[in-house]
Structure formats: structure tokens, C-alpha cells
Write a protein of this length. Structure first.
Length: 162
């Protein structure tokens, strides 16, 4: 019985040692898991900060894009108005500022220098002067040339605006 008791004591001590080793291993695993959890929490926190920063950048970029869009729309509107004003100049007589006619006394004519006028306006002007009213080059009534082309005359919808 003594041997048996001794064997059981040895077995018990062996089991205690094994339990202690397992406990040490378990504590090591637990420590590693806690470290991994802390590491993941740091990663999550940093990721959330980065996401927040990216969202703020995205909102700022959207705000800037909207401001640029508004600025471009204003520039386009100004350009459109400028083009309309230039178009008005290009389809009106620079003497009387009235749109040219497709035929008749106020149809579009050109001087040798290339400037355009209403026929009756430039003929009346050339009776008083012998130079182009725009560039002052010498001009005579025999220099007048009728201009033909679709884009010279305003279309009917444009005429109603003037």
C-alpha cells in the first residue's frame, strides 16, 4: 500500500506539474490574445480616424467642386452673354446699329477693307467721306460688294430679340 500511495503521489505530482505547465501555456496564450485584441483595437481606432479624415476630405472636395461648378456656370453665362453681344455686333450695321436685311436697301455689303455695313448707310456715309468709318482706309462706292451666305444674316428667332 505504501508503494501504491507513493505511486499515486508521484502521479499526482506529475499531474500537478502538467497542470502548472498547461496553466503557464494557457496564460501565455491568454496574454498573446490580449495583446492581439489591443493591437486590433489600435488598428480599428486608427482606421476609424482615417475614415473620419477621408470623409472630411471628401466633404471638402465636394464643397470645392460645387464652388468650382458655380464659378464655371457663372463664367459660362458671362461667356454666353459676351458671345451674344459679339453676335449682335456681327449682324448689325456699325453705322445705324440695326440688323441687316436679306435684301433691299439695308442688305449687307463689304468695303475693300472687309468691314460690313448696311448698303444704304455706307452709301450715304461715302457721299460725305472717302474713308471706311471703322479703319479709315480709303473707300469708294464702287468698292462695295454684296455679301452672300447663310450665317451673315440673323435667323428669325434672333431678330425678334433685337
Amino acid at each position: 500500500m505504501e508503494i501504491r500511495k507513493e505511486q499515486l503521489t508521484i502521479e499526482r505530482d506529475s499531474m500537478i506539474l502538467q497542470l502548472e505547465e498547461k496553466d503557464i501555456q494557457l496564460k501565455g496564450i491568454e496574454a498573446k490574445l490580449k495583446e492581439q485584441i489591443r493591437s486590433m483595437q489600435v488598428i480599428i481606432s486608427e482606421s476609424q480616424q482615417q475614415i473620419s479624415q477621408k470623409e472630411q476630405m471628401r466633404l471638402e472636395l465636394l464643397k470645392n467642386l460645387e464652388a468650382q461648378e458655380q464659378m464655371h456656370l457663372q463664367q459660362m453665362e458671362a461667356q454666353k452673354q459676351s458671345l451674344e453681344e459679339n453676335n449682335l455686333d456681327s449682324i448689325t450695321c456699325s453705322i445705324c446699329l440695326v440688323a441687316w436685311d436679306a435684301s433691299g436697301g439695308h442688305r449687307v455689303v463689304s468695303l475693300r477693307c472687309g468691314h460690313l455695313f448696311g448698303d444704304s448707310c455706307i452709301r450715304a456715309y461715302l457721299m460725305r467721306s472717302t474713308d471706311c468709318p471703322i479703319c479709315r482706309q480709303t473707300a469708294y462706292a464702287q468698292d462695295l460688294r454684296y455679301i452672300f451666305g447663310r450665317h451673315i444674316m440673323p435667323n428669325p428667332t434672333q431678330c425678334s430679340q433685337y
